[in-house]
Design a binder for this molecule. Structure first.
Ligand SMILES: [Zn+2]
Length: 184
């Protein structure tokens, strides 16, 4: 498991990418916070129970998360009790929820931060969507985007689950990645 950003094989680490990796060096993986009150314990207990019920019905893939929550800007920090009421959550919040859901399925989970390449059109479209929440963290840099996923150990090996699309990823667009333990 790497504790620093790793540039993907075959990717030329140009100045633009290196500057962004320096900027993101200390960025922690997104984690929902907890109020010092029962609200968040209740919210998390509800989520874990829902995740366990989904595992019994559909197996370990937490597709229900991307059906329940749309993908959209999140104003951080966000607590458990707030997140579960939202209509939309960003990839960091969705990755935190997906990690918990995989945990409930008994899977070994690793959190992943990555840098993807995106077209100017995609960046423009996403910037407009994100402008609606001015306190949402920056994740778009002229053709490079920050994204969070989870990596899960399954019988066929280590696989990357994209919590936004709700499916397994091949990770081919990633230019750089950083792995974190799911807890702690
Ligand atoms: Zn709360």
């Amino acid at each position: 498991m790497s504790t620093t950003w790793q540039v993907a094989l075959g990717v030329e680490p140009d100045e633009r990418l290196l500057a962004l990796l320096r900027e993101l060096e200390e960025k922690p993986v997104s984690r929902l916070t907890r109020h010092a009150a029962p609200c968040c314990a209740i919210a998390e207990a509800w989520f874990r129970a829902t995740a366990r019920a989904a595992v019994r019905r559909f197996g370990d893939e937490p597709r229900w998360i991307s059906k329940r929550w749309e993908w959209g800007p999140t104003a951080w920090p966000i607590a458990w009790c707030e997140a579960i009421k939202e209509e939309a959550l960003d990839c960091g919040a969705l990755a935190d929820l997906a990690a918990v859901a995989f945990e409930e399925a008994g899977r070994e989970v690793v959190r992943v931060q990555l840098i993807d390449e995106a077209s100017p059109e995609e960046c423009e479209q996403w910037a407009v969507k994100w402008a609606a929440v001015p306190t949402a963290p920056r994740w778009i840099w002229h053709g490079l985007v920050y994204h969070e996923t989870v990596s899960v150990r399954r019988s066929e090996g280590l696989r990357v689950w994209d919590p936004v699309s709700g499916r397994w990823e091949n990770g081919k667009r990633a230019k750089a990645m950083l792995f974190f333990p799911a807890r702690g």
